[in-house]
Design a protein around this ligand. Structure first.
Ligand SMILES: [Zn+2]
Ligand SMILES: [Zn+2]
Length: 367
């Protein structure tokens, strides 16, 4: 049997998404048919729609889906129809990284996320019998229904609102994981966050949970700085007004520098500032998207400082997403304050408003 579904299709790079009715095949083996309720839009979707990673076309993007299981392949053991689920990045489960609890660094992750080819067939999607590529991050969730895999489908408790959950599968676990999973700081240590988008602001929430102090946030968008302070940041630096951000961070920390810094901007100048803000033996996390050459002063590196690249917060989503949801239930991870909702049909407006910095995290609601 096959299913008639709605999806936003990218036919050519750098063109608007077009809403189409596609045919979706049944799930096989370890695949799962999920009816999508919400799908976050991530900057990676926008970069890919302009040519990053060279995905085949036409394609359905989207990698922050949440929904309800409708059907499962024969080999699926842990999920049944009716389960509420959150979709996240895909991983192979058998490489050295997956085997040691680091699926975000799966040796096959790049292929599984960006080849848009399924494990069992090229794609489950067609438009008038012509192939449309799916399987983007093992999901392609800018659609009413998707085929996911058991490995990238995380069961969540029915008590949580599916219409809000999508973005936990990428953006929010990235920022929160950078703090709670990678840095694992001690209470009272200091942190500077560069960029107050969804990754930076989820890092603020995680930093509050971890008891960091001060929590300094740098951005040039004053509305986002206000949001950072509302979420618990102790200091906001307006990079548009402050001539010397690094000096300001040193002033705030009694001329020592911060124990940790996190760059979410992917601007080489700001990554350098994040590094230069560090105290001796401090760690800077670069989680800003990659693809650019970065430079650091070598003498500064000598004093035990380090720079580490991080994707997906080095999260094991099956463990970390339920943890984040528990924090959300307890009022400690109010990620829903950062969401703006759009119907799927208005995906192009959502992308435009995200690109213009007018909204922090757009979430598509499915028909
Ligand atoms: Zn993403
Ligand atoms: Zn792997």
């Amino acid at each position: 049997m096959s299913h008639s579904i709605s999806a936003a299709v990218l036919h050519e790079l750098s063109t608007p998404f077009r809403l189409e009715t596609l045919t979706l095949e049944d799930p096989v083996d370890d695949e799962i048919l999920v009816r999508i309720v919400s799908a976050g839009i991530c900057h990676t979707d926008i970069k890919v729609s302009k040519g990053y990673a060279g995905v085949p076309l036409p394609v359905v993007l989207g990698h922050e889906g949440a929904g309800i299981v409708e059907q499962t392949g024969k080999r699926v053991m842990t999920l049944v129809p009716g389960d509420h689920v959150l979709l996240t990045f895909d991983s192979c489960g058998s490489c050295p990284q997956c085997s040691t609890d680091h699926p975000a660094y799966c040796d096959n992750g790049q292929t599984l996320s960006f080849s848009c080819l399924g494990r069992h067939r090229m794609s489950p999607l067609t438009l008038n019998s012509e192939r449309v590529y799916g399987n983007f991050f093992g999901q392609s969730c800018f659609a009413s229904h998707v085929i996911s895999n058991e490995r990238n489908t995380v069961k969540v408790d029915d008590e949580f609102p599916l219409e809000k959950l999508g973005p936990l599968g990428c953006g929010f676990q990235t920022g929160a994981g950078a703090i709670l999973k990678v840095l694992q700081p001690s209470s009272g240590q200091s942190l500077a966050i560069f960029g107050a988008g969804n990754v930076g602001l989820s890092a603020v929430m995680a930093a509050v949970i971890a008891g960091l102090d001060p929590i300094i946030v740098v951005d040039k968008n004053v509305k986002r700085l206000a949001m950072a302070q509302k979420l618990g940041a102790s200091h906001a630096i307006d990079a548009g007004n402050e001539a010397d951000t690094v000096a300001q961070i040193h002033r705030i920390t009694g001329n020592i520098g911060v124990n940790y810094s996190l760059d979410t901007t992917n601007s080489p100048a700001l990554v350098r500032q994040a590094f230069e803000s560090l105290a001796n033996r401090g760690s800077c996390i670069h989680s800003g998207g990659g693809g650019k050459d970065l430079t650091f002063p070598g003498t500064h590196l000598l004093h035990g400082r380090s720079v580490q690249g991080v994707i997906q917060g080095d999260s094991n989503p099956r463990v970390f997403i339920p943890q984040l949801l528990n924090y959300y239930r307890d009022g400690l991870f109010p990620f829903d304050q950062l969401l703006s909702f759009y119907p799927l049909a208005e995906i192009n407006r959502a992308v435009a408003e995200m690109s213009a910095g007018q909204v922090i995290k757009p979430v598509l609601q499915m028909p």
